[in-house]
Design a protein. Structure first.
Length: 135
């Protein structure tokens, strides 16, 4: 019976040694896998850092460009205001010309008789001057 106990203990020790050996092999494989994962993550971290740097630089350039566009846009606002003022001035000038034209037309129609008499007198005076010149 003691022999069976020794055999059982021996089998248990051998099973434990086999278990420990497989456990060591598994842990070594796990260690290698974790090392590979660590190297991959380091490379990924460097790439992410590079992308972050480039994104920050691009964002800074975009902000500068937006500021420049805002400045130029505000300068154009003054130009558009000036153009609006010129348009209003031209409108006022046209209105003044219309008023003047209407006034002249009204005055001419009111004084049409006087104008025709003045033209007749002018023609008569010219005719008299020509006759005097010829004589």
């Amino acid at each position: 019976m003691e022999l069976i106990l020794y055999i059982a203990a021996f089998i248990a020790v051998v099973a434990f040694v086999v278990l420990v050996v497989y456990l060591v092999i598994t842990l070594k494989a796990t260690k290698q896998t974790l090392n590979n994962v660590s190297h991959t993550l380091e490379g990924l971290e460097k790439q992410v850092e590079g992308v972050t740097t480039e994104a920050t630089a691009l964002l800074n350039k975009t902000n500068k460009l937006a500021d420049d566009v805002d400045q130029k846009s505000s300068k154009l606002d003054g130009l558009f205001d000036s153009a609006k003022g010129i348009g209003e001035t031209a409108k006022d000038f046209n209105q003044s010309l219309r008023t003047l034209s209407n006034s002249i037309a009204n005055t001419a129609s009111q004084n049409a008789d006087k104008t025709s008499q003045a033209v007749k007198w002018g023609a008569a005076i010219m005719d008299v001057l020509k006759r005097n010149k010829n004589n």
